[in-house]
Design a protein around this ligand. Structure first.
Ligand SMILES: [Zn+2]
Length: 64
């Protein structure tokens, strides 16, 4: 099943950020994803396959 991600989704990653947070907000979707750490607000770019591999689950979908 292909997961669908939307702007504003809150996702949990498998690995914690160094600041201790593991929840991130999706800022941009596409070939590359930009996500923002909810703990320290650092933003990072990840390619889609890397992002999908790191996501543990979608905590809040902006679709709902
Ligand atoms: Zn952080």
């Amino acid at each position: 099943m292909v997961k669908k991600f939307n702007l504003g989704d809150i996702v949990e990653l498998k690995k914690k950020h160094p600041c201790g947070e593991n929840k991130w907000e999706v800022m941009r979707v596409g070939i590359d994803f930009r996500i923002k750490c909810l703990g320290c607000e650092k933003q990072v770019w990840l390619s889609r396959p890397v992002f999908e591999k790191r996501v543990k689950k979608i905590i809040k979908s902006s679709d709902e």
